[in-house]
Ligand binder design. Structure first.
Ligand code: SF4
Length: 320
């Protein structure tokens, strides 16, 4: 999804990134994430993490494709410099699919070595937080969500996040070859949710409109919505030589997702962000039909879910 073929991409300088890290620390932020492109290939990544650590950031995350972690000495350095949590983007348990999607032969092998290194270092107490796996659901892998979970669960992973592909960049150019229909994928989403209960692991989904969960009779679906877990992230990135700062949630809602008039009577309208905007160009809006009545249970012990129920309650009160 990131970038277009032939597009020139440059790494931000150490000075630019250091300024951003200091800027947000002064504003009171205490959690920092490195992501976008591939942070682990930045030549100053260790120095940048150390800087954040010395300033006093309490949580320092890295979202990475995980390939560099096959180098154990490098991972150890990252942890020592202050990384507290690792997110790995991995899209298959099958070498041929992973290598195809990442367009790099041997990518799967490196990632698996990297994951083993991380898991081993965690077991030895080098860091405490769990390791999170991020997967983009696309046409090559949606059939295998449960196989994927079994495979990585056997390696000790407990946290899975499946993001429905956002048809931007190359994913947009490949169109229907890469982007599946939501309604085709839901059967496998349901299976993944069922499996998460029996394996006792966490699974979340991003980018899926709520009416599809409803139609698939996933009654407790709100327990699995990634967007409810995200909080408000401030993003700082370099684009066309400029530094751009924005709230991820706002950009996602206002620019990347879309809804239509048919959503107006839907009970989930106040909290659902709709499908990815470009998806509509491939498959239209017919799959998304308003839900008139909420038939789902609420777990009152969960604060995030309570805020979800609260929004629904407020919207209903306003209509009365
Ligand atoms: S708001 Fe629209 S897209 Fe979202 S659940 Fe309702 S009908 Fe579906």
């Amino acid at each position: 999804m990131n970038g277009l073929p032939g597009e020139e991409r440059i790494l931000a300088s150490f000075e630019t990134l250091a300024d951003e890290i200091k800027r947000y620390y002064k504003k009171g932020y205490r959690a920092l994430g490195f992501l976008g492109g591939e942070p682990t290939i930045h030549p100053k990544i260790i120095e940048l993490v150390s800087l954040a650590n010395q300033l006093g950031y309490e949580n320092i995350d890295i979202v990475s494709n995980g390939r560099m972690y096959h180098n154990r000495a490098f991972v150890e350095k990252l942890i020592k410099s202050g990384v507290t949590r690792f997110y790995i983007s991995i899209h298959s348990h099958k070498p041929d699919i992973e290598d195809y999607l990442t367009q790099k032969n041997g990518s799967f092998k490196q990632k698996i070595e990297g994951l083993k290194n991380l898991m081993d270092l965690r077991k030895k107490g080098f860091f405490k937080d769990r390791i999170f796996l991020n997967t983009v659901i696309n046409k090559s892998n949606y059939l295998y969500l449960t196989d994927f979970m079994h495979f990585y669960h056997k390696m000790g992973f407990m946290d899975f996040r499946f993001n429905f592909i956002r048809p931007d960049g190359r994913a947009y150019l490949h169109g229907k070859k890469m982007v599946p229909r939501y309604s085709t994928v839901m059967k496998y989403v349901k299976q993944a949710i069922e499996l998460s209960k029996s394996l006792r692991v966490n699974v979340f989904f991003e980018g899926i409109p709520f009416c599809l969960f409803h139609r698939s009779e996933i009654r407790d679906f709100k327990n699995y919505i990634g967007e409810f877990r995200d909080g408000n992230k401030k993003i700082s990135l370099g684009e066309a030589q400029k530094r751009i700062r924005f709230e991820w949630k706002e950009r996602r809602k206002n620019e990347l997702r879309t809804k239509e008039e048919t959503c107006n009577p839907c009970v989930y309208n106040p909290v659902c962000e709709g499908p990815w905007k470009n998806y509509i160009q491939f498959y239209g809006f017919k799959e998304f039909r308003p839900v008139k009545k909420e038939v789902l249970h609420t777990d009152r012990s969960d604060k995030k879910l309570n805020s979800y129920s609260y929004s629904l309650h407020r919207s209903r009160s306003k209509r009365r």
